[in-house]
Ligand binder design. Structure first.
Ligand SMILES: [Zn+2]
Length: 292
């Protein structure tokens, strides 16, 4: 009898821990995810010290320096091992990630951020507009809010404002505040070099519209119309050589790069593609504002 009771203790302890864990943090990743979000994609060198380490559609970018690396975006909650093995396949250590960034605090880019922060000890830097959602795991998101977090909350180590510079080793990234999609959506502008030349790279958060509601019917985001208009205007004025985005489909990664293809940064020089995307989004925005 006594032996049996003793045997039950570990079971009881694990049950208590599990229950506490559930009460402390309820995270429910939305079920309706695109299969291309989890589909693997071979990692590759985009240009100089910039690499693609994401999935087929959820773009994650690695920028390496002799002083450690920067990871932008993480994909869904189960993508930490995918990103890790992608990085290792390119010859980089997961532990060398020193800075974590996101282009927008939705679950399809933030899903594995808490896990990766825990595994690497890297510092999370977030646009001021998204600090609230990053901290509560998307619970307070104006368009996807419910009674649960859609990703594990992440502690913010540095708050970024428009034009702030992120420095690591020889790299300087400028953060551009591009709100609308989320209150703190942002893009990153920086230079990379190879033996031939230097490239100005724009990792853009394209201002797609998430909400089905009318913009005048979102009390949680009274500035939404102003923010989208500001972002579209600001994005039209940017100049760069290489254009990338939060989703691979947005910049047509699979058309520009075939798995296993050799190093070819020029494949991502596509100002026309960018302009036509921005014009399309401007059109969507105008229709939304007119209530069409
Ligand atoms: Zn999003």
């Amino acid at each position: 009898m006594l032996v049996q009771q003793l045997k039950r203790i570990p079971l009881l302890i694990s049950f208590i821990c599990l229950s506490l864990g559930v009460f402390a943090q309820k995270v429910v990743q939305p079920a309706s995810t695109d299969p291309n979000w989890s589909k693997p994609y071979p990692p590759f060198q985009i240009a100089g010290n910039l690499y693609y380490v994401g999935t087929y559609d959820l773009a994650c970018y690695l920028i390496t320096t002799p002083q450690g690396n920067i990871l932008i975006n993480t994909g869904l909650e189960d993508s930490a091992p995918v990103i890790k093995s992608n990085m290792e396949a390119l010859g980089f250590k997961f532990k060398d990630i020193k800075i974590l960034l996101t282009t927008q605090a939705h679950f399809d880019h933030m899903g594995a951020m808490a896990a990766i922060k825990k595994m690497t000890g890297a510092k999370m830097m977030v646009d001021a507009g998204d600090v609230g959602v990053v901290t509560d795991g998307g619970r307070s998101d104006y368009s996807l809010s419910g009674d649960v977090s859609t990703y594990a909350p992440v502690k913010v180590d540095r708050v970024l404002n428009n034009g702030d510079t992120i420095k690591l080793g020889n790299m300087r990234l400028v953060m551009l505040h591009h709100p609308g999609h989320t209150k703190g959506s942002c893009s990153f502008l920086f230079d990379v070099k190879d033996q031939k030349r230097s490239y100005r790279v724009l990792i853009a958060n394209m201002p797609t519209i998430v909400t089905d509601k009318s913009f005048s019917d979102i009390p949680a985001y009274p500035n939404i119309t102003h923010d989208y208009a500001y972002t579209l205007n600001a994005m039209k004025k940017l100049s760069f050589d290489i254009w990338l985005a939060s989703h691979a489909s947005q910049f047509e990664l699979q058309r520009k790069h075939k798995p296993g293809a050799g190093y070819n940064p020029d494949a991502f020089i596509d100002e026309k593609g960018y302009d036509s995307q921005i014009n399309y989004l401007q059109d969507q925005f105008s229709k939304k504002v007119k209530g069409k």
